[in-house]
Design a protein around this ligand. Structure first.
Ligand SMILES: CC(C)(COP(=O)(O)OP(=O)(O)OC[C@H]1O[C@@H](n2cnc3c(N)ncnc32)[C@H](O)[C@@H]1OP(=O)(O)O)[C@@H](O)C(=O)NCCC(=O)NCCS
Length: 177
């Protein structure tokens, strides 16, 4: 039974197959590759550095996304064998939703977030999605500026969307051509 389950899981993983790439941004070299369950600890370390010990997603949340029945892609950026950022995207009907994105502070403002979002957009296009969407804290103006530059606009305000701090979210959407 366990063997069958493992075979099923590897089948699911193959479906999302992403060819690892080496990329150069501003003369710095990174690898970008698919996320595997063995990476969850490293993703949580990224969250810890980004959110100062608050973990928006626990191990279970990552696992359920990595094995979601919806089409999805989880990518990470690696520098010197360390995961320094990641993005998740999940397709439901004709919308590709950014579920999570983070880059550790030492590597922010170097174009990595932009790169991850563009890779997510390629995935959305492969699935012929009409829109991409995401939620962002109303106070997170830095992230909002990046999303706006990439063509996202605010669709609505989601009142007290985040239980942590009872903060409102902007629901942002980008129409894909
Ligand atoms: C939001 C986040 C993922 C963006 O990642 P990032 O790697 O910093 O994003 P980028 O570097 O691509 O873009 C950020 C800024 O750097 C600029 N930039 C891009 N490439 C650059 C480069 N090569 N050199 C200098 N600046 C650059 C961008 O134009 C952008 O400028 P802006 O602040 O005027 O909008 C990251 O800041 C983060 O993890 N924040 C905390 C967690 C978070 O807010 N997650 C999102 C929740 S919705």
């Amino acid at each position: 039974m366990l063997k069958r389950f493992k075979t099923f899981l590897s089948f699911l993983r193959e479906q999302s197959g992403y060819q690892e790439k080496t990329i150069t941004i501003d003369a710095s070299v990174y690898q970008i590759r698919e996320v595997f369950p063995k990476d969850i600890r490293a993703l949580m370390r990224v969250q810890q550095l980004v959110y100062k010990d608050y973990q928006p997603w626990h191990r279970g949340a990552f696992l359920s996304e990595l094995y979601s029945v919806h089409s999805h892609r989880y990518l990470c950026i690696v520098s010197n064998n360390q995961i320094i950022g990641f993005i998740g995207i999940r397709v439901v009907a004709t919308d590709a939703h950014i579920t999570n994105i983070a880059v550790i502070p030492d590597y922010q403002n170097q174009g990595l977030g932009n790169y991850l979002l563009m890779e997510a957009e390629k995935f959305a296009n492969q699935y012929a999605c009409q829109t991409m969407s995401l939620e962002v804290r109303i106070s997170n103006v830095d992230a909002q500026r990046l999303y706006t530059k990439l063509g996202y606009t605010t669709r609505q305000v989601l009142t007290e969307y985040y239980s942590e701090g009872k903060e409102d979210a902007l629901d942002m959407v980008k129409e894909l051509k």
